[in-house]
Design a protein around this ligand. Structure first.
Ligand code: RM4
Ligand code: MN
Length: 388
């Protein structure tokens, strides 16, 4: 049995980063169902994120998305977050919502468009300087829809050039993290479709370039924990964008579709000592709450991650190694399944109580009245949303 004090300490130190966009209105290309009380700007999003941290104690950072979270004074935003007991985390760039990007951003055949996209990425690094953020997250919608539409290799050269310029601009302690996604919005080629492509670019750049695994960005059946292991072995896992997918890039709550997959991923993370913040792996959520209430949706997601982490920490590593060495196929599998089938909710509730947190963050938040308060207070202005 793993030492319970070690398990509890690991759980206490584990941190989960929240996406600002999860607090704003979002939807599908069919309809955005607006909700009352949603934040109208990045400052109010930080207030909502702070609520999630208040009740869970493990979510002290909020990632921002530029320009969705554009403000006049980023240092003031960081100070506001600090006053609420959280910090501004990863800065996510957006080079996919401008008419100029119809044929791509940094891979666009037109050098003027490439310059514009690069200028935005560099502006994001300026923002990191002001907010004290470590990571710039890059996700590109770049790709083509038809064979022959553009030169596949030339697009890779343009990508490499832009990445190198961003890399050059990074300050000490700053990193770029590159996200891949197999398809959408382009359907014939995507310029960074998989972890191999992302890794190849990051390896060419150097130690401050790492790969992000968004759990929703894979084809059905892909063994994500294998990818995680490969990236950890290479020292190139920058972080996660957690969510659940039933079909494609659904951005549904992490742990909803396949909690067992989440456990298997976390088992590899724990196995390779990458859980602690000092490992440099960011555990971020990348979700949209289209029909469910947003703050409770984030709290539930944080709890789902914690449950997977707790189960992963409960794997008896010694027993597992012994079974593996002995070639005991079923015995090794049983060690894993014993941990997965443990009900860790009482353990997590006890741990929260010990650290002065409510045993059930979800219910405690609902009972707090904050949800009703924001509906009353946030009248007027334009609700923030990603404009689907
Ligand atoms: C992308 C990707 C990015 C996110 C955008 C909104 O599919 O997952 O991480 O910033 O969506
Ligand atoms: Mn993502």
């Amino acid at each position: 049995m793993p030492d319970l004090t070690v398990v509890k300490d690991a759980l206490k130190n584990h941190q989960i980063e929240l996406p600002s966009w999860a607090f704003g209105n979002s939807g599908t290309r069919f309809k955005v169902f607006g909700q009352p009380g949603v934040p109208r700007n990045a400052f109010e999003k930080a207030e909502d994120a702070a609520q999630v941290h208040k009740y869970t104690g493990v979510a002290p950072a909020m990632a921002v998305h530029i320009p969705w979270d554009k403000v006049d004074d980023y240092a003031a935003l960081a100070a506001h977050a600090k006053s609420l007991g959280i910090r501004i985390g990863t800065v996510n760039s957006n080079v996919f919502q401008d008419d100029d990007y119809k044929l791509g951003s940094v891979c666009n055949p037109d050098p003027k468009v490439r310059e514009k996209a690069l200028a935005h990425l560099l502006e994001c690094v300026d923002i990191m300087d002001a907010t004290g953020s470590r990571d710039l997250k890059l996700w590109f919608a770049d790709g083509t829809n038809y064979p022959g539409q553009d030169d596949i290799g030339a697009r890779q050269d343009r990508m490499a050039q832009a990445l190198a310029a961003v890399y050059e601009r990074l300050g000490p302690g700053q990193r770029l993290v590159l996200e891949y996604k197999l398809f959408e919005p382009s359907f014939y080629t995507t310029d960074v479709p998989d972890w191999g492509t992302a890794l190849a670019h990051c390896q060419a750049l150097g130690p401050k370039a790492l790969v992000v695994v968004d759990t929703g960005h894979h084809a059905p059946g892909v063994n994500i924990e294998f990818i995680v292991t490969m990236l950890l072995r290479a020292g190139k896992l920058g972080g996660f964008d957690f969510n659940s997918r039933f079909y494609a890039d659904d951005d549904l709550m992490v742990g909803a579709a396949d909690p067992f997959q989440l456990f298997r991923i976390m088992a590899e993370v724990v196995r390779r000592g990458a859980l602690a913040p000092s490992s440099g792996v960011t555990f971020m959520l990348d979700q949209c709450h289209n029909i469910e209430p947003k703050i409770p949706g984030e709290i539930r997601s944080v709890m789902n991650v914690q449950e997977a982490v707790a189960k992963a920490l409960l794997i008896d590593a010694e027993e597992l190694a012994a079974a593996q060495q002995a070639g005991d196929v079923l015995g090794a599998n049983a060690v894993l399944m014993d941990a997965y089938n443990t009900d860790v909710r009482p353990l997590l509730a006890d741990l929260r109580e010990e650290t002065g947190l409510p045993r059930d963050p979800y219910r405690a938040y609902l009972a707090s009245g904050y949800g009703e308060q924001i509906i009353t207070n946030r009248v007027g202005g334009t609700a923030a949303g990603w404009g689907a």
